[in-house]
Design a protein around this ligand. Sequence first.
Ligand code: COA
Length: 322
Amino acid sequence: MIYSKLCGTGSYLPEKVLTNHELATMVDTNHEWIMSRTGISERHIAANDEYTCDLAEKAARIALDAAGVNANEIDLVIVATTTADQVFPSTACLLQERLGISGPPAFDVQAVCAGFMFALDVADKFIRTGSAKCALVVGAETFSRIIDWTDRRTCILFGDGGGAVVLKADNEPGVYSTHLHSDGRHKDLLCVPSGVSRNYQSVLDGNAFTTMEGGEVFKWAVKGMADLVEETLEANQMTKDDLDWLIPHQANVRIINAVGKRAGVDPDKVITTVGHHGNTSAASVPLALDESIRNGKIKTGQLVLMEGFGGGFTWGSALLRV
Ligand code: COA
C-alpha cells in the first residue's frame, strides 16, 4: 500500500500588519467588538505589488527546505487559491516556473476556504495511485483584494497569507484518509457574485467584493466541521481520544471553539492561530499547521485532523500522522 507522508511545511505572511485599532479608523468598529465576535486582533495585508504567487513561492521554498527536497524532485504542484494572479495560466504554473520545475502537472484548485483540503485530497490520490511521488501542495491568498474595505461586516475577518506542504510516497501513513463535501445550494450565503463571465463590469469597476450572511455561514461552518470530525474518525475506526490535534479552518475563534465543543474534542487539542492572521481562506490550515509544527506544539508521530470550510459551501478534512 502506498500512502502520502508529510515531510515538510512552510508558511509566509506579508509584512504589513493591519490591527483592529487601524481598522477602527477605516470603518465604524472597535477592537473590543472584533475580539469578542471573532477573536481576531490583526491580519496581514499584501503590498500593492505583492501577488498570490509571491506568497505561495515564499511558503513553498520554506516547505521544500524543511523537507530537504530539491524542486526538481517535485512531480506534482497544486495551488489552492480563490485569488489567482491571472485568469490564466494557473498560479500553480506560475509557481512551477519560479521554482524551476518543468514538465510535471501543475494546476489550481478552487474551493475557497476549503481549498487546501481539496488540494491535499487530490495530491494524496495522485500519490496513492502511483501517479506522483513527491507533491507540493500550497494554499495561498490575497483575499484582501476581494474585500470591500468599507464593509465592517466582512473586512474585519480576512487577511492574506500562504502555506505549503511537501508530501512524499511512503509505505506507512502519512495521510490515513481525506473527506470532501460540497453543497451549491448555499452558493449565495458567501460569495463574490462576479467574475470574468458574469458581472464583469463590477470587476472592471473594482467592485468585485465578498458578500456574506455571517450568521448563516457561522451555523453551517460549525455543523460542517463538527460532522467532519466524526466522519473522519469513524472512517478510520478511531476516537477523539486517539487525536493529538484538531486544526479547524481558521475562520474565527468562536467558530473554532464551537466546532471543538460540538465534536467533543478537548479544547487543549484544538489549534487556534486565527487571532494574528485572520481568515486567510485556502492558506489558513497550512499556516496553522506550519506554525504549530515550528513552535513545537505538533510533534513528529502525532495524529492530526485538519479541516476546512468555505463558500460553495465546500468542506473537507484529512487525518494524518505527521
Ligand atoms: N463592528 C461593530 N459592529 C458590527 C460589526 C463590526 N465590525 N459588524 C457588524 N456589526 C453590528 C451589526 O451591524 C449588528 O448591529 P445591529 O444589531 O444594530 O444591526 C450587530 O453588530 C450584530 O451583528 P451580527 O451580524 O448579528 O453579529 P454576529 O454576532 O453574527 O457577528 C460575524 C458577525 C460576522 C462576526 C459572525 O456572524 C461570524 O463570525 N460569521 C461567520 C463568518 C465567517 O467566518 N465567514 C467565513 C467562513 S469561511
